[in-house]
Design a protein. Structure first.
Length: 505
């Protein structure tokens, strides 16, 4: 049972009991009403309630907003009781939808801060990071609560809504970063496509992220805030001839996260569904219609709700390496390699891999790892095409560089993401040139597994590894550069890896 209480600023209180019947559906509580506008004044209402374990994913509190409101402000708190080890405690996210409603994929979204903030405001000329400035129109608004986890004791919350009356400020016209930077023509460009600023749960400003990206040797980045596109209008001053800033979102559902990479400015992608709702395909298509790529993020991450459950049928690429290399990245790498084997066996398209930092705050390094893309120029479209085609590798930093190709006996050759079209029994030479990888070991991986492991590279970090094979023995080959293993039979952490080169006709 969910209890809902309303209190106005005169002390009046009403109590209602609302029953929760299923976690998949949303729950709408009773409305909060305000009096007619009082010029220059303020009014507040307080809502209290309790959500039980098994509460719906989203609980909406309708707020009847009268005409003449200049600003709406919302503050909230909730209890955090102690729980036994291994039991989830309380975590309550928050956001808001305006008078256009809460319809899935609709136009009413006005902001989301998840659990990163305890209060927010919106008005025509400004808003809290994570929220969209704009008029506070008359009508029914909805505060959206997301009980991410609920303790066995339940989750008690208190929300205070404050309206400030008066003339609205002047609306701000958004300015977005350009879709191109000054490139080097067809070249290898380095980027980090999964980053968080203070426009979601990060702690850095866009300007600070831009400075760190330049220091890390990056050519491009992608804005990917959790469940909001509010940062899009705040990157124009960060972009420049030397740094392409693409715009996107990290769609953070209860069944996994997906990065919308390089969407049109101002694009919002909804996140309020689970895998069992069969709605992800609709929003994956929306990402592509908006010019973006669909990239499942950290598919095997262990945080609550992070494990990817939507399948990879809609993916344009997959984030195999996320932040510092950990066991869940190793599992994702093995899973991706199995998908490559299946694509060869079934004769279907393959999904390229990429890597990003997912940096949020100090000391998270921006650009570690980074995706290095062969693109025709430093533009949104060219970078996306290089990623989609798999013409890329992932490196732990700009210090590490790879050159990887396969050649036949008659001058045929193919690079990363390509295909060497020769007969099944034609001898081919695989060649990897490495710089910036001291004492690392190179492994050449095929659909048959690891078929070649090099001696450790010298302390200087540069070396060349060659290996001969045939398409009948290896349907594809990809390279891994790994640090020395600490102990035991497991391989060392990745320093870099490539997308595959396919062999045969």
């Amino acid at each position: 049972m969910c209890e809902d209480q309303h209190e106005d600023n005169h002390g009046g209180l009403a109590r209602r009991a609302l029953f929760v019947t299923g976690a998949a559906a949303a729950l709408t509580l009773g409305s909060v009403s305000f009096a007619a506008a009082a010029e220059g004044g303020q009014e507040s209402r307080t809502v209290r309630g309790t959500l039980p374990p098994g509460a719906p994913d989203f609980v909406y509190v309708p707020v009847e907003v009268p005409a003449g409101v200049r600003e709406i402000k919302v503050a909230y708190t909730y209890d955090r009781p102690s729980v036994p080890a291994g039991t989830t405690g309380n975590a309550l996210d928050i956001g808001v939808f305006d008078d256009r409603g809460t319809e899935l994929g609709g136009r009413g979204f006005r902001g989301w801060s998840g659990g990163a903030r305890t209060e927010f405001f919106l008005r025509a000329d400004d808003a809290t990071p994570g929220y969209l400035p704009g008029p506070v129109r008359e009508g029914t608004w909805h505060i959206a609560l997301g009980p991410y986890t609920v303790a066995p004791q339940g989750l008690s919350y208190e929300i205070t809504i404050t309206l400030t009356y008066g003339e609205p400020g002047e609306a701000v016209e958004p300015v977005y970063p350009p879709e191109r930077a000054k490139g080097r023509g067809r070249a290898w460009y380095r980027g980090d496509c999964h980053l968080h600023s203070w426009y979601s749960d990060g702690r850095r400003t866009p300007a600070e992220i831009g400075a760190l990206a330049r220091a890390a040797g990056l050519d491009f980045i992608n804005s990917s805030e959790h469940n909001t596109h509010s940062a899009h209008a705040h990157w124009a001053d960060v972009a420049g001839d030397d740094l392409l800033v693409m715009l996107g979102e990290e769609i953070t559902t209860r069944n996994g996260h997906v990065v919308a990479l390089g969407t049109d400015p101002g694009t919002f992608i909804d996140w309020r569904y689970r895998a069992r709702d069969n709605r992800f395909g609709r929003f994956a298509r929306q990402i592509r219609r908006a010019g973006g790529l669909v990239v499942p993020a950290h598919p095997h991450a262990t945080c609550v709700g992070c494990n990817w459950k939507f399948g990879f049928g809609e993916a344009d690429a997959v984030e195999v390496w996320n932040g510092p290399y950990t066991p869940d990245d190793e599992v994702t790498l093995a899973d991706w390699d199995s998908m490559l084997v299946a694509s060869v066996r079934d004769g279907r398209d393959w999904i390229p891999a990429m890597g990003s930092s997912d940096a949020h705050r100090d000391p998270d390094p921006v650009g570690s790892p980074q995706t290095v893309v062969l693109a025709d120029d430093l533009t949104r479209r060219a970078i996306q095409e290089g990623i989609r085609a798999g013409r890329s590798y992932v490196a732990e930093s700009a210090r590490l560089a790879l050159s990887f190709q396969v050649s036949g006996g008659r001058g045929e050759h193919a690079g990363i993401g390509g295909r060497l079209r020769v007969d099944r029994d034609t001898p081919v030479t695989v060649r990897l040139e490495v710089t910036g990888a001291p004492r690392c070991t190179v492994r050449l991986v095929t659909d048959q597994g690891v078929l070649h492991t090099s001696a450790p590279l010298p302390v200087a970090g540069a070396g060349v590894v060659e290996w001969r094979t045939t398409p009948s023995y290896a349907a594809y080959v990809r390279a891994e550069v790994r640090h020395e293993a600490a102990a035991g039979p497991l391989p060392g952490a990745l320093a870099a890896f490539t997308n595959p080169i396919f062999l045969g006709r």
